[in-house]
Write a protein that binds this ligand. Structure first.
Ligand code: ATP
Ligand code: MG
Length: 325
């Protein structure tokens, strides 16, 4: 392993950072709050995300990664730099080797934006690896096998599917659907059907507590608070698993369709092996209720959930850093 390796999984929802010298040092939301009076960073990570929808007038909270890719290079650089400053590790980046994960289907512009961020941090060497490949490595899959494996990473803003055989990616696709898409669908539902405006923190909580894409799931209820869209006054409403399901299922279908497209892209022999071995599913977005049952029904293939889904990609990055850098 090179002397100073830093692994970065800069996700839409969460950023995870691992240092060869320290281990895991950061696992918090990809959020940065800026004080618009001074232009200075007010908070990052959990503290910044807590301020969403609640921050004082002068503090603005930004999500610098959108749908799996860098949306604002400068804010991403400030965000990661601040992580290292807070940890009193700001020298760690100079001259380091940075290993970062990224979706398979990035445009050149999106890839350049990620490279820009890491270069600006002061890295000497940059390696970008596919999230799907890293997730497979992290789950201990034998990637050199000719039989291959299908990996699906359902993140916050993007879902990434790759067919991996003989150590490389035989076919891959990404769809800009992830955990946040479910949250937004719940926000739209509450607004249109309950006249209630709820924020992203509330919709995410509703998804985690009662959301399900399994038609056989128990019907649960949850009271959520927000603002009445007509009167503008604080109000609340009850949401149920059954009424949310029809708005969540089409999003899960998009993810299943993309996985099927990857199967269609590979050679027939590999496709038949992949169908037999099934799909390894990882990513925090896959934790929505009923995803395993839904994918099994939809894809008619065995679905294996990775043991630590939110950390699936980071586990692979760490392994790559230790084994071949
Ligand atoms: N228990 C849970 N139930 C449902 N969803 C969950 C749960 N825990 C986390 N999630 C969702 O997982 C998503 C984040 O997953 P992950 O950390 O893999 O995303 P990311 O890597 O930041 O995003 P991306 O890879 O898309 O850029 C969020 O939408 C979050 O709401
Ligand atoms: Mg991710």
């Amino acid at each position: 392993m090179a002397a100073k390796v830093i692994c970065i999984d800069l996700g839409t929802s969460m950023t995870r950072i691992w240092l060869s010298s320290r281990g895991n040092v950061f696992d918090e939301p990809t959020a940065i709050a800026i004080d618009s009076r001074t232009g200075k960073v007010a908070e990052i990570g959990y503290l910044a995300s807590k301020a969403i929808g609640r921050s004082p007038y002068d503090i603005k909270v930004f999500d610098p990664v959108q749908a799996g890719v860098v949306a604002d290079v400068e804010l991403c650089v400030r965000f990661i730099s601040q992580v290292f400053i807070n940890l009193k590790l700001h020298r760690a980046l100079r001259g380091s080797t940075v290993l970062a994960s990224a979706p398979n289907q990035m445009t050149t512009v999106e890839r350049d934006a990620l490279l820009d961020v890491i270069k600006n941090l002061g890295a000497r060497r940059i390696i970008i690896e596919s999230s799907a490949k890293m997730a497979a490595l992290g789950a201990g899959v034998d990637m050199s096998s000719p039989k291959g494996v299908l990996v699906l990473d359902i993140g916050g803003g993007i879902s990434d599917c790759g067919a991996i055989a003989l150590g490389d990616i035989a076919a891959a696709r990404s769809a800009k659907v992830g955990g946040r898409s479910f949250d937004r669908a719940i926000e739209r539902f509450a607004k249109n059907n309950k006249n209630l405006a709820i924020g992203p923190v509330t919709s995410e909580m509703a998804k985690m507590r009662i959301g399900s894409v399994d038609t056989g799931a128990e019907n649960q209820f949850l009271e959520v608070s927000g603002r009445d869209v007509v009167t503008g006054l604080p109000s609340s409403a009850i949401l149920s698993t059954a009424e949310l399901r029809p708005i969540l299922i089409p999003l899960a279908e998009e993810i299943a369709d993309m996985t099927e497209e990857v199967l269609q892209d590979v050679k027939p022999e590999l496709a038949s092996d992949l169908v037999k071995s099934g799909v390894l599913v990882t990513g925090g977005g896959a934790l929505i209720g009923g995803m395993k049952v839904f994918l099994e029904k939809e894809l008619k293939m065995p679905i294996h959930l990775a043991s630590d889904m939110p950390n699936g990609v980071m586990l692979g990055l760490k392994k790559a850093a230790e084994e071949y850098i």
